[in-house]
Design a protein around this ligand. Structure first.
Ligand code: 6GU
Length: 239
């Protein structure tokens, strides 16, 4: 997968050299470039913003540098992703959709946002997805892009050693995962649940399933309500 990130703070993306994302880049599974939006300014001050029409606080990003940036990085197969508090919620399902695409362009807005015409104009040449991480406001899209890239990169084939970690994890099946434990078996008077040390794989699977349902029902009633009833079997209902 190819990714181009455009931002006025390219230094924000240093963490994308690290850990498993850095490894995915090193092995060629992820081809990622970060660009400074000011590369595409044409005045001496390298201006990217101006005051909002209609008045109000703060500044708005001007359209010209963004259009020049897209001219430089867009490909026939590009999809533009714009992190924004007014976007659609970013979910694990959205991560899967984006991970299946050949080319993503991320446009990181700052200040009060990007002139709306930039997104309209871009939509004439490529699909545009405005996505939000949640109901709170960040300074800009940079940290959101790091979050989204982490969610996407771990879904790319070959990035995770054990593909089971994808099918078993929280959100994969619309439920939260059960708690996990490792050695020592007893720590500060707290024992690991006996069932997990029983070696009885049937009992272990049943215990995890129940914990998963109880966790989801108590912590995420919204997610539990959306869970299809036909996937609850007799033993689930009994538990
Ligand atoms: Cl994706 N961007 C910004 N700037 N703020 C946010 C957000 C994204 N998601 C929640 N707040």
């Amino acid at each position: 997968m190819r990714v181009d990130i455009v931002s006025i703070f390219p230094d924000y993306f240093a963490p994308l050299d690290l850990s498993l994302i850095g490894k995915a880049r090193g092995s060629g599974l992820l081809d990622l470039a970060v660009h400074d939006l000011r590369t595409w300014t044409s005045d001496v001050h390298r201006t990217v913003d101006d005051s909002p029409y209609g008045g109000g606080p703060g500044m708005v990003m001007r359209p010209e540098p963004w259009a020049a940036a897209f001219d430089a990085v867009a490909r026939p197969e590009s999809v533009l992703v714009v992190p924004s508090p007014v976007g659609k919620p970013f979910t694990q399902a959205a991560a899967h959709e984006l991970a299946a695409l050949p080319h993503l362009i991320f446009a990181c807005g700052r200040y009060e946002g990007i002139d709306q015409r930039v997104l309209e104009d871009a939509a004439d040449r490529m699909p545009v997805r405005e996505v939000s991480l949640g109901d709170y406001v960040l300074f800009g899209g940079e940290v959101a892009v790091i979050v989204i890239m982490e969610a996407i990169t771990r879904l790319l084939p070959g990035v995770l050693g054990n593909a089971d970690s994808l099918t078993e994890e929280s959100h994969a099946a619309g439920l939260l995962e059960a708690p996990v434990y490792t050695k020592p078996a007893v720590w500060r008077d707290r024992a690991v649940p006996e069932v997990l040390r029983s070696g009885d794989h049937g009992r272990i699977a049943r215990w995890r399933r129940t914990e998963s349902l109880v966790r989801t029902a108590t912590r995420r009633p919204d997610m539990f309500a959306a869970y299809p009833g036909e996937q609850l079997d007799k033993k689930d209902r009994a538990a």
